[in-house]
Design a protein around this ligand. Structure first.
Ligand SMILES: NC(=O)c1ccc[n+]([C@@H]2O[C@H](COP(=O)([O-])OP(=O)(O)OC[C@H]3O[C@@H](n4cnc5c(N)ncnc54)[C@H](O)[C@@H]3O)[C@@H](O)[C@H]2O)c1
Length: 252
């Protein structure tokens, strides 16, 4: 358990998968959570079940980001945690990708998290007691190893990883007590991976020496740790939750 009592969080992509598990975990650790997603029915139903607030949001929309963060501050008086989690796959190689899907993919996967960081810092700076907070950006093992079948996702997730470091260094140099870290999930059992044929699932599971997918709650536990005050010297880091998929030499 992380101690998140009194903390206020925004979790994007919270209607499903890692975002839903993170919302549950942050609430059970004591935080108040504003969930956002484009999936309104599922988001509202989960918010009602968990006692969270749900707000509809397309994370690629700059004006909506400002509204979401301001509404959170109006409702709760502060913002302590942002989990930039929403995402999707594009599944087009460099020869297949068209400019429209590339731009839309980057808008959701990279511009959205940047806008989230920017708006969260604006409000975290005004927290009673001085600028403080924790931003957790959900990247991917594709920030380190490329998916040839998804040039947009690979490019965006490596961008999210470095976005996190740039934000972390900026906040530290400005003297803000605002940390920013990237979470690096390996293959995880969620809607994104649910449509994989069984033979593909087996190959993907075997990329981890544990020979299985991660579970959303295993990611949520790591996110809750980064969100807590237990790791004040962790900023600008990559936290791998990948079952050692990136640790093993190919062929072993
Ligand atoms: N599942 C995996 O194997 C895996 C591996 C590495 C990284 N990730 C990352 O984890 C994050 C969560 O994905 P997940 O696996 O839980 O998948 P998921 O599909 O279960 O959840 C993603 C959520 O994001 C929401 N979303 C999509 N586009 C959005 C938009 N424009 N605005 C707001 N919300 C939007 C979806 O509605 C959905 O609820 C993503 O960033 C994904 O890239 C997942």
């Amino acid at each position: 358990m992380a101690d998140l009592k009194g903390k206020v969080a925004i979790v994007t992509g919270a209607a499903s998968g890692i975002g839903a598990a993170t919302t549950k975990r942050l609430i059970s650790d004591g935080a108040q959570v504003v969930m956002t997603d484009i999936q309104v029915d599922a988001g509202q139903a989960l918010a009602q079940e968990l006692g969270a607030t749900f707000l509809e949001q397309d994370i690629g929309n700059a004006e909506r980001w400002a509204e979401i963060v301001d509404a959170t501050k109006d409702q709760h008086g502060r913002l302590d945690i942002l989990v930039n989690n929403a995402g999707l796959v594009v599944r087009k190689s460099i020869e297949e990708v068209d400019l429209e899907s590339w731009n839309r993919g980057l808008n959701i996967l990279l511009t959205g998290p940047m806008l989230g960081c920017q708006n969260a810092i604006r409000v975290m700076k005004q927290n009673p007691g001085g600028p403080c907070g924790s931003i957790i950006n959900v990247a991917s093992t594709t920030a380190f190893t490329a998916l040839p079948t998804d040039v947009t996702y690979t490019s965006a997730k490596s961008g999210v990883r470095m976005l996190s470091k740039s934000v972390a260094v900026h906040c530290a140099q400005q003297g803000y007590n605002i940390r920013c870290n990237a979470i690096i999930p390996g293959a995880t059992s969620t809607a994104i991976t649910a449509t994989m044929p069984d033979e593909v699932r087996a190959v993907v599971a075997a990329t981890s020496p544990l020979n299985r997918f991660g579970e959303p709650q295993e990611l949520a536990a790591a996110i809750a740790f980064l969100a807590s005050d237990d790791c004040p010297f962790m900023t600008g880091s990559d936290m791998l939750v990948d079952g050692a998929a990136l640790a093993i030499h190919p062929g072993f």
